[in-house]
Design a protein around this ligand. Structure first.
Ligand code: ARG
Length: 595
């Protein structure tokens, strides 16, 4: 066992128990039973132990015996003494297994010195592309930009930590009609931007956008200039392209500021325009493969399994009758590029659920064209909407989407207010720098956690008070558990990194055992999230960890305990804090030493 200890403690435990059960099945009932699934599952109730095997019930027919007798016979051949207390048989024939404290102690002692906390890098690393946050640029960022950034960033962090080769690629909407208005505004209001070699200060993006929009709405001549700009852009006109580039850069810079405030890690921008040179080949290849049909002058692929209102097969337009291309064509070019140039093995699109059909359709065409084969997985990881208290899309009072900067700043302001109230109640004095830092980490952390802790696919209601509550499944609750441990180390002047080479975990109390078992599950949770891409599982794990830690800490004195218990409990505190810190960092959330 000892070689397996550092790799994924709980799954290697389960694997070992399964092997022993399989051996016992053969020893008890003969070689015919080799390969029988031992039906090992987590115990239905902790009072029955940690795991149970339900295999006896499944063998009654083939063995012609009552399940209890089967269980008794099996247990005689079952050797799990290294891991478990003697197995117990319950009810009709469940075999209950309880991990021994000494076994759990050994596991914890092993991960204590491991910076990865027992999470072994995957033996099957893949090249993965995560397509996020992929906004349509050149507008002010709004609440609709929250989820793709938060969820995409989290998925990329987890896959990378698990050991995959991750590329973060933002498929920004940087092409098409909306740009006409902005280019026209740049050309007419800031002509010097196009001739000067220095970058001109165009103010912030939202003012620039608003000015352009005002002129567009009020002035027909301006609208005509904007329409001309689109035509010139598509025709590849040099100066128009230069104007377009300036607008894209302005947008990208102002978006980056918000992503930095949110703690979204850097990603590559590979916008829709990147694929322009490949669009004619994509259409040509589809034609050669016999997938194209002309329909009212447009080039289409008729989709399998999609019908229009009249029940007829639905066409996916890849080239419009005027020769222009669209969102789907660009995405098909991206699929082809990701398979053949990037050599991706898994491509993940964390994008709103409203684009489900779009992705199903382009993936289907990608498969029929032979670009998506069995060796690559293309997966749309959909998410729901952010709603206001009224259950409708979150809007400002004037009915517009809430600007993202405002939403984040308000969360920070709420966190600051909560902190100030607490400081007053506790009669504490803190510097302005401390208050700023705590307010930002708590405010941003709360917004991200509230988003990630929901099942990704559902809508959720955005509520500052709920997400900032100190109790419940919130970021502040988790941050507080972390701070509690840092408080112990300050109070006892403990240096967790130097607890001594003979420092060992000893598990006696029930709350210690419960905490220990939970700590050992991190790697299983992470492999699961790396598979199903549901970060709420990691949130739930961290929430339960904080709860179990608090129960342990309420029951078991730490600094006041006698040695060797004192050191053992300090290790449990330290492992909890490090697990929280690692887990939160994978959600993209910072921790605080004090709050
Ligand atoms: N820009 C699109 C939008 O804002 C999302 C792009 C998602 N990625 C993709 N490859 N289609 O709706």
């Amino acid at each position: 066992m000892s070689s397996a200890i550092l790799t994924n403690p709980m799954s290697s435990t389960i694997a070992h128990l399964k092997t022993q059960l399989e051996k016992a099945l053969v020893a008890a009932f003969g070689a015919d039973f080799a390969g029988t699934d031992p039906i090992l599952v987590p115990a239905s109730n902790p009072k029955f132990g940690d795991y149970q095997s339900n295999v006896a019930m499944s063998l009654t027919k083939s063995l012609g015996k009552p399940p209890r007798a089967i269980a008794e016979q099996l247990v005689q051949y079952l050797d799990v003494t290294e891991l478990c207390s003697p197995p117990e048989i319950a009810g009709p024939g469940f075999i209950n297994l309880t991990l021994k404290p000494s076994y759990l102690e050994a596991q914890l002692n092993a991960i204590q010195t491991d910076p990865r906390l027992g999470v072994a890098p995957t033996p099957h690393p893949q090249r993965v592309i995560v397509d996020y946050p992929s906004p349509n640029i050149a507008k002010e960022m709004h609440v609709g930009h929250l989820r793709p950034a938060v969820i995409g960033d989290c998925i990329a962090r987890i896959l990378e930590f698990v050991g995959h080769d991750v590329q973060r690629i933002s498929h920004v909407g940087d092409w098409g009609t909306p740009f006409g208005m902005l280019i026209a505004h740049l050309q007419t209001a800031y002509p010097e931007a196009l001739t000067s070699h220095e970058t001109l200060d165009l103010g912030d993006l939202s003012t620039f956008y608003r000015q352009a929009k005002q002129r567009f709405d009020a002035d027909e001549t301006f609208r005509e200039i904007a329409r001309q700009a689109v035509v010139q852009l598509q025709a590849g006109d040099e100066t128009t392209l230069q104007a377009w580039k300036i607008v894209c850069e302005l947008s990208s810079r102002s978006y980056r500021k918000i992503y930095d405030l949110m703690g979204i890690l850097p990603f590559i921008e590979r916008g829709e325009s990147f694929y322009n040179p490949f669009l004619p080949e994509v259409v040509e290849e589809l034609k050669q493969k016999g997938l194209l049909v002309e329909d009212n002058g447009a080039q289409c692929v008729f989709l399998e399994g999609f019908t229009n209102k009249d029940g007829n097969p639905l066409p996916l337009i890849v080239q419009k009758s005027d020769g222009g291309y669209n969102y789907a064509t660009t995405d098909l070019a991206a699929i082809r590029y990701r398979v053949f140039v990037d050599k991706a093995q898994r491509v993940i699109y964390p994008v709103g659920v409203e684009q489900t059909n779009h992705f199903a359709q382009i993936f289907q065409v990608g498969r029929r064209a032979g670009w998506i084969t069995e060796d690559v997985e293309f997966y749309h990881a959909p998410f729901g909407l952010v709603l206001g208290e009224n259950g409708q899309k979150l809007k400002t009072r004037s009915g517009e989407a809430v600007p993202l900067r405002e939403l984040l700043e308000e969360a920070i302001a709420h966190a600051r207010q909560d902190l100030k109230t607490r400081l007053q109640e506790e009669n504490r004095q803190e510097t302005a720098a401390f208050i700023d830092h705590v307010a930002r980490v708590v405010g941003i952390g709360a917004v991200k956690y509230a988003d990630l802790s929901q099942n990704r696919t559902s809508n959720y209601i955005f509520n500052y008070d709920k997400m900032l509550a100190l109790q419940g499944n919130t970021a502040p609750y988790m941050l507080y558990a972390y701070v509690r441990v840092q408080g112990i180390s300050r109070k006892g002047q403990i240096d967790f990194e130097h607890l001594g080479s003979d420092a060992r975990v000893l598990l006696n109390e029930e709350t210690e055992l419960v905490l220990a078992k939970h700590l050992l599950q991190l790697s299983d949770i992470l492999s699961q999230v790396a598979q199903d891409l549901l970060p709420n599982r990691l949130c739930q794990y961290l929430f339960e960890l904080s709860q179990k830690f608090n129960q342990f800490y309420d029951r078991c004195p730490v600094l006041q305990a006698e040695e060797p218990l004192r050191t053992s409990r300090l290790i449990l505190c330290d492992l909890t804090a490090r697990t929280l810190k690692l887990g939160l960092s994978l959600l993209g959330i910072e921790v605080l030493e004090r709050m």
